[in-house]
Design a protein around this ligand. Structure first.
Ligand SMILES: [Zn+2]
Ligand SMILES: [Zn+2]
Length: 166
């Protein structure tokens, strides 16, 4: 996990007004300032922190609707591949995604990994997902989410290291 020193000089009052305009936020877990600008992250509707990858339960029906009343912390638990058309039946296709679970209500959510997300932290989540308890595994199975496992080590490394940084 890295600390972002670049933003420490920005005044909090500036950030508060930015929050209203852009959806920027301070991470509830690591306290870093997170910019929601799509130019930095490459994704819209940013929910998770690029440093510790924690998120908040903000959306109810679809990404970015911000209608959830829960607002609790969501922790990253594992990686998965986005489901693509089964037409060609090729293994290991689809964008690599991050799975979050809400600490409060147990809601699962699958999110795009942003361009500026910390690679080491993503890898730590992948490593940690091998030790998920039976309850967590059952939840994922119920939701029809297949997580990336030990055998996918090479795939995960390739996806993370081969990422473009533009
Ligand atoms: Zn954070
Ligand atoms: Zn929740």
């Amino acid at each position: 996990m890295k600390t972002n020193f670049a933003t420490t000089r920005t005044r909090r009052s500036d950030l508060t007004s930015r929050h209203k305009t852009f959806g920027d936020f301070f991470c509830l877990v690591c306290r870093n300032f997170v910019s929601a600008e799509a130019a930095l992250s490459g994704v819209h509707n940013r929910n998770h922190c690029p440093y510790c990858l924690s998120s908040r339960h903000l959306d109810l029906y679809e990404a970015g609707d911000r209608l959830s009343a829960c607002k609790a912390r969501m922790r990253p638990v594992a990686l998965t591949l986005k489901k693509t058309s089964k037409k060609y039946n090729q293994p290991n296709q689809g964008e690599m995604m991050l799975i979050h679970i809400c600490n409060e209500c147990g809601q699962l959510s699958i999110n795009r990994i942003a361009a500026d997300d910390d690679i080491e932290t993503v890898f730590e989540i992948f490593e940690g997902s091998r030790k998920l308890n039976a309850e967590m595994k059952a939840l994922l199975t119920q939701a029809d989410i297949a997580i990336l496992e030990a055998g996918d080590n090479r795939l995960v490394r390739e996806r993370l290291l081969g990422r473009s940084w533009n």
